[in-house]
Design a protein around this ligand. Structure first.
Ligand code: UTP
Length: 306
């Protein structure tokens, strides 16, 4: 397979979903722009791509794309105001996001599903393997995952997805993988995939999370993929086709992630992400932790006893 040896250099970040679980906050703002402590969720995702060596980033946007583009662009007015004030620390923070990566944007138009969003990247990606990072899926920066996935893709020449073990009762919320062990205990061979199965029909409790490193053969498969669950073109359905016939785009493997991950499009997970990341920050952490300790012992314990 000629493209197997090509290095992965491009990251695709789908961020065109409607974000209905977070309404009304997401009525006029993409959910990816909601702040996690003091950075929008999407900035963590772009930083993760860059940390894995992928500094060419294509964002798939939809309606409300302006805040996303503006965040990764220069803001000369703000910068000159901070220069005039001599506020170097904040100036650095403002410039960080525009210096991070080479950003490209494409508009999805109608949000016809994640598979359709990924297909919008085909002209930019061309015939090379590429990474997909979901814009509302935050992998804790202390638990790197993507570099390992890139390494497995390079070794196998196929496609690689990220998996996480979940409680059986939760599996209906995710895509689910049927797997076989490999010599590497963190890597499994995928024999089948099913989108959001009932627990009784789930082949395992390995859930697909929002990181992929894909062989470009997936584009041809997506072009033929009919709308599936929810009337949307599902990326999982296309990956199932690749897993079912390894002559199309090589084998499909899963890297099992055991670190911290938050779905920032889900309100409960979003709150957990903020509490966890804020309490572990050097600048905000000490004061926030002291307050949190007091809140948990006094307020919540008293509340529970009422
Ligand atoms: P979700 O399943 O979270 O859907 O999409 P959603 O519409 O964004 O959010 P809810 O469920 O209504 O709250 C998973 C990822 O795929 C992207 C989303 O932006 C998110 O990163 N996506 C989904 C697209 O880019 N386009 C689509 O058509 C659908």
């Amino acid at each position: 397979m000629s493209n197997a040896q090509q290095a992965v250099t491009k990251a695709v970040i789908p961020a065109a979903g409607l974000g209905t679980r977070f309404l009304p906050a997401t009525k006029a703002t993409p959910k990816e722009m909601l702040p996690v402590v003091d950075k929008p969720a999407i900035q963590y995702v772009v930083e993760e791509a860059v940390a894995a060596g992928l500094s060419d980033v294509l964002m798939i946007t939809g309606r409300n794309k302006r805040p996303l583009e503006d965040h990764f662009d220069r803001n000369y007015e703000l910068e000159s105001a901070l220069v005039a004030k001599g506020d170097d620390d904040r100036l650095k923070k403002v410039q960080e996001s525009s210096d991070l990566a080479t950003m490209h944007y494409v508009r999805q138009g109608d949000p016809r599903g994640l598979g359709h969003a990924v297909l919008c990247a085909a002209p930019h990606v061309g015939d090379q393997p590429f990474a997909v990072l979901l814009g509302d899926d935050l992998i804790d920066p202390r638990d790197p995952l993507l570099a390992k996935m890139v390494e497995v893709q390079h070794r196998t020449g196929g496609s690689v997805i990220a998996l996480m073990e979940v409680e059986p009762a939760q599996i209906h919320l995710y895509g689910c993988a049927a797997v076989e062990a490999t010599e590497d205990e963190d890597v499994v061979h995928i024999t089948g995939l099913v989108e959001k199965p009932e627990p009784s029909e789930a082949p395992s409790n390995y859930a697909i999370i929002g990181r992929y490193v894909l062989n470009p053969a997936v584009f041809d498969v997506l072009r033929e993929t009919e709308p599936g669950r929810g009337g949307e073109i599902q990326l999982t359905d296309a990956l199932q086709q690749l897993a079912a016939d390894e002559t199309v785009g090589g084998p499909v493997h899963g890297v099992v992630f055991k670190g911290r991950r938050y779905d920032t499009g889900d309100r409960g997970d979003y709150l957990k992400a903020i509490v966890r990341l804020a309490s572990e920050r050097e600048d905000l952490g000490p004061e926030f932790r002291a307050w949190l300790r007091g809140y948990v012992t006094e307020e919540l314990h008293e509340g529970a006893g009422e």
